[in-house]
Design a protein around this ligand. Sequence first.
Ligand code: NAP
Length: 548
Amino acid sequence: MTVSDDTRTSTVDAVVIGAGFSGLYMLHKLRDRMGLTVRVFEAGSGVGGTWYWNRYPGARSDSDSYVYGFTFDEQLWREWEWSERYPEQHEIRAYLEHVADRFDLNKDITFDTRVTGATFDEADNSWTVTTDKGQTISARYLITAVGALSVSNLPDFPGRDSFQGETYHTGHWPHEGVDFTGKGVGVIGTGASAVQAIPLIAKEASDLTVFQRTANYVIPANNGPVPEEIRQARLGNYAGIRERIQQSYFGFELDLLEKGALESTDEEIYSELMPRWEEGGFGIWLGSYVDMFFDDDANAKVRNFLHDRIREKVKDPETAELLIPKGYPFGVKRNPLDSGYYETFNEPHVHLVDVKSNPIAAVTPTGLRLEDGATFEFDAIVYATGFDAMTGPMNKIDIRGRGGQLLGEKWADGPRTYLGLTSAGFPNLFTITGPQSPSVLSNMPVSIEQHVDLVATIIGEVRDRGAATVEPTKEAEDAWVVHNAELVKPTLFETADTWYMGANIPGKPRVFMPHLSFVGPYRAKCDEIVANDYEGFVFDTGRQGALA
Ligand code: NAP
């Protein structure tokens, strides 16, 4: 069945929301491998998802490029050549456009269209999906491929809209770029987006003030071209790399050390960590001491090493002390990778302001005012203030399951899912890299491929059984929620105010949202569930309705 863009009411087998990594592969899988009719809705004017919107200066992935892509097609993996160790935003977008062209995906994507609601019709066992362009479309299956970090967080400072200069948010950057040459700029936030943008904004701005609430542990990226011999070795090892990242903890070729930091002397710790620091990337986080995630004394040993590195890089001791994270352990927040972040604060026109002890009180027509009355004037304010993560993108859509239940209401005290993929009372609804899946604690494309493959397997099973719906039992979901809570309990993750915990959004329930068994064990668990006759899922033959 073909559905043209201008059809206002139509029927397909599956609707997919979003055309980033997840949506593109889901479309390919369902349409080309399984023969389903699929319509993808995408709010942007092109493919790319997070990489379509996040165009701020310096935006690039923090995963090594050779593992930051699809591996389901060996030829695709081989034919795309990344120019640097970490791919930059425009290159990732070009890659995803290439994927869309290669598999002829665009013809089934409706761009510039946001899905506003989706209601499950119990009489018909179908989803009715509505868009902001007035379309209504029915589908047996609904797959949300909306990303974990796609709803921007714009703090509600008093007077926010009164500012008469330019205002930007890193997550919705103007496509034509921004020229800060000669301007006075204020940046709010010091997360991964800010860490990437600040060195480049500082190169143009005449004056830059960074407003920091919580300092981050920033690790060197050590970006640059990948030496040809390494590139060739990787090209010769497609199957091995694929297998290793799929079975790994985090979706990278990184292994945790067997010996703990607690059992190691300071000298041993230094000689383990220094090569990782110099190598750059996540080795010092996801490829070092496992006990630092559980034991604050172990963590302190790693923290001390990192504090010394910050003091080495930042010339002014007061600024260095302010940039040294305090009050939470290393590794329980996503560590930004930098290219000259700390060194930027050695520039005379770059200033750091602590807004933890003296918060932002208001935005004024000319800049910002802090609680102690200090004022700052700018030509431009950049909000690098992050996202309403994980549940935010789902809750933004009016998704109603059995009995008209709103997903956002069901999740009012935190997400409730089975495998981070499905939710009881919401039949045939699947979420790619949703809350309570490893998702954001992994190299995303690896998790995305696994999720898409699993969703396709479950949908295939619905068809093979001649069923109308599949959904998890309440018991399976309850057990998964408890399991998630138990996994995080012995760790230090809950001790920090992070977006993993929903702590960055006022009023959001404080619940740890990612799943902590990690990529390989999570995959094994999913495989076991499938092998065990889809344990925890109910297939219902129900009334087939119009959508057989
Ligand atoms: P983020 O990590 O949530 O950082 C937001 C920053 O804004 C934090 O420093 C936060 O302070 C600050 N902030 C928020 N509200 C504030 C307020 N009312 N007053 C003062 N400061 C405020 O967001 P992000 O930098 O956009 O990164 C989000 C995630 O996206 C990352 O963790 C990462 O997973 C992903 N990302 C990845 C890359 C990459 O692949 N290289 C790049 C960018 C982003 P607090 O910490 O005190 O809340």
